[in-house]
Design a protein around this ligand. Structure first.
Ligand SMILES: C[C@@](CO)(OP(=O)(O)O)[C@H](O)COP(=O)(O)OP(=O)(O)OC[C@H]1O[C@@H](n2ccc(N)nc2=O)[C@H](O)[C@@H]1O
Ligand SMILES: Nc1ncnc2c1ncn2[C@@H]1O[C@H](COP(=O)(O)OP(=O)(O)O)[C@@H](O)[C@H]1O
Length: 279
């Protein structure tokens, strides 16, 4: 049985450029993968049952994005197969790291191969976006500039970076931030995005989160003593870019011991990239 690594993401830059007809916000964002992974083992079954052997606290198995992704693929392909799934979660949930979306993308890519569905990348993205706005990026599987709600993707070159990643002890409700009256919603669109012309990088959701969540603000100010931290997605995780892994480790060692912290780096491609033979 194969083990698949399901990576986390950071939004290195995130701008809100307007609203879409369906009320969702139109975003432009640099997404990168980082080397913090959940592990997923999958064994195909010859009946249609989908069994998650390792439910996560607080997530009923039928709501788990691994199960929902497998069911979505069954529905779209008409496959008569099923799957047994084991999920070892290491990516904190609800922190803007996209773990659930990554798990969904991993299951779609793996079962597309194991069930021989032969969907190409664009077809899997169409199936995936209905499970969550970040799923298309994880199927795309490489550093990307995203538009729309995150489903229009193009590759973008970015430098190798190391990050101190911090999970403040606070849960930020994404819908509340998108509905916030003070959220900026009119950043100009960038027709030709590059790493250089997007400087200085920013996250349009950050100011309202810092304003409303004191623990995120406190973590931000402490990290700011060592560099220029930013928030990923709608938070609450913060990352501090560092030029070397040594510097990241040294800064991490000076942070309060009761904080949840990691030293991570960006990776150019997902470990799942090779599963898409039919790009
Ligand atoms: C902000 C981002 C950036 O990567 O990441 P996360 O913080 O979730 O990791 C995503 O766009 C998060 O998209 P997604 O994960 O699908 O958001 P959900 O929690 O499902 O959205 C909750 C609610 O936020 C609003 N919403 C969401 C996305 C969007 N582009 N515009 C919106 O207005 C909608 O009202 C939606 O019902
Ligand atoms: N396999 C899964 N892993 C993580 N979260 C999941 C999963 N399945 C369902 N969820 C739900 O999705 C929510 C968002 O999770 P996640 O993608 O990790 O965070 P975020 O959207 O902040 O990046 C979780 O709070 C949880 O309720």
């Amino acid at each position: 049985m194969q083990t698949y690594l399901s990576p986390a993401k950071l939004n290195l830059d995130l701008r809100i450029i307007g609203k879409l007809p369906n009320g969702y916000h139109a975003l432009e964002s640099i997404f990168t993968l980082i080397d913090l992974y959940d592990e997923i083992r999958i064994a195909p079954r010859s009946d249609r049952q989908i069994i998650l052997h390792t439910p996560t606290d607080g997530v009923p198995p039928e709501h788990d994005l691994t199960v929902r992704a497998a069911q979505a693929l069954q529905n779209h392909s008409g496959s008569l197969n099923g799957a047994e799934i084991w999920l070892n979660k290491k990516i904190p949930m609800g922190g803007g790291l996209g773990g659930g979306s990554s798990n969904a993308a991993t299951v779609l890519l793996a079962l597309n191969q194991l069930w021989d569905c032969q969907f190409n990348q664009a077809q899997l993205i169409d199936i995936g976006v209905k499970l969550g706005a970040d799923v298309p990026f994880f199927i795309f599987g490489q550093t990307a500039f995203a538009r729309g709600v995150g489903e229009q993707l193009q590759p973008i070159d970015i430098p190798q970076q190391y990050y101190v990643l911090v999970r403040p002890d606070e849960h930020v409700a994404t819908p509340k931030i998108f509905a916030h009256p003070d959220l900026p919603r009119n950043s100009p669109s960038n027709p030709n995005p590059t790493w250089d012309n997007l400087q200085p990088l920013r996250n349009d959701m950050q100011a309202v989160v810092l304003q409303d969540y004191p623990k995120v603000q406190a973590a931000f100010h402490l990290l700011a003593q060592h560099g220029e931290p930013r928030m990923t997605g709608s938070g609450s995780c913060l990352f501090l870019p560092c030029e070397t892994p040594q510097l990241a480790a040294e800064i991490q060692s000076r942070l309060p011991e009761n904080w949840q912290t990691w030293c991570v780096k960006n990776i150019t491609h997902s470990p799942l990239f090779t599963l898409l033979s039919n790009r």
